[in-house]
Design a protein around this ligand. Sequence first.
Ligand code: OOB
Length: 552
Amino acid sequence: MVRPITDGFVPWSQEESERYRREGWWAGRSLGDELWDVAARRSEHPALVDGDLRLTYAELTARADAAAGRLLGLGLVPGDRLLVQLPNTWHFVVLSLACLRSGVVPIMALPAHRELELAHLAQLSEARGIAVPSLWRGFDHHGLARKLADSLPDLEHVLVAGGARDGSVDLDELCAAPEVPAPEPASPGGGEIALFLLSGGTTGLPKLISRTHQDYAYNARCSAAASGMSGDTVYLAALPASHNFALACPGVIGTLLCGGTVVMLASPEPSGAFAAIAREHVTHTAVVPAVAQRWMEHREQGADGDLSSLEVLQVGGARIADELAQRVSPLLGCTLQQVFGMAEGLINMTRLDDPPDVICSTQGRPMSPGDEVRLVEVDGRAVGPDQAGLLLTRGPYTPRGYYRADEQNARAFTADGWYRSGDVCRMTPEGNLVVEGRDKDLINRGGEKVSAEAVENLAYQVADVREAAAVAMPDPVLGERVCLFAVLRPHATLDLPSLRARMTEAGVAAYMLPERLELCDELPKTKVGKLDKKALRERAALLAAPGELSLR
Ligand code: OOB
């Protein structure tokens, strides 16, 4: 039995699909088939490292095939959805490959997500299982997964890494080496949905982005080529591997498609990351600007650690300041590659042989000749040369709509299928993009995307507020932090710690919590009476930035 996903998936047009196939961008095969071909050629080469555990390609694929069989043995069928919320450990890679191989479709949740987000994702996708660590950074993921399974009838299976109990499935066993080789499962087709990524979007809760086997394989292959990856590549996954950047831009999947080695690391904290780079001779890694800054400070403070193997440091997720970008090469001894990407598709990259001013002061250009990019005014007219405009895009790995989200799709996509990214960009005469700002109601907290609407909804839910508005507050380290302006109801009181405590209690990811609360008598309005967020952003910019950096 197969549970095909046809509802809610917005296909590319016939004409485009034919073109993408003709150009060879879409290979028409499953990601599993592509990866297993590489593995057959590289069987004794190291594929995956996590601490002391080292797996060759032969060992990795044997485990993944066995895990695929065990997933199906639980009663899951191809097309069933599995909510995956795992940190950067070997389980994540084995389970993801098992899903790609068997046709079970993983939903790539972040370790930081909590009850509100996970319940929403499970319901929207009708997930039949959830895979979590037992305990991670002091949080009882197993307990939460059980609670969700008790309340959501579709969610039958709880898979737990690092200590299963109470009838849950032991992920260590599910992902263990088989005693006899497992049979190969039937391959999904290239046009089928391989996985769901999450939008870092503006609407209250994350939206699901369906990525097909062939579009995602192309995403990984094309970005691997632009990052200079090869069979000698050693990639350090230090950002959450479930995020598109570390997963396939080129990330874990791009590295494996090249026959290289993936090193999993739980945190990008500098001393651990430097040690891993030195020990494993890492050649490529990806970080957000705040982490790049921490690494450079660590270096400046005299930290040793042999980084001489490092060839490429990818930085993306948020805009890196030009001054910071200029210091990457001299301090860390590697080439900087700026990556301006999105889970919705389009990936822009500076190229490794670009001149230093392009590398340090632009966010690069589309990685594929199939990418179409337009910069437009609000009314849809193209902007003049060197003018900033709203970035619209279409292409062979940019889906035509969110999954099961007709209403949002009507806003986020044009009638002819262009995705409105909400980014305000300028194009240099050489064709490189510079991200100048944003026309979406989102706060980019060091690469973590916080929906202002979600924070506001939560404030209404947990506190006695009459009006609430979340805006970005500039921050020297994270770029932006969440600032909440609120008007309380008469006689109500509220302070930041209690607001944060109540929001945490409501079950929201920690990065969504406001880091500044400004109580006001009223919120500024525009002439037509709408909330004036621009005025609030200006006010937030004048507030002193608090707190220290958390790299979690
Ligand atoms: C990556 O993906 P998402 O989906 O978490 O966020 C996408 C948004 C972009 O629309 C843009 O607003 C912002 O994040 N962004 C950047 C940027 N990279 C992403 N803004 C300025 N400069 C950059 N370099 O963040 C993502 C996905 C794949 C690869 C890299 C990043």
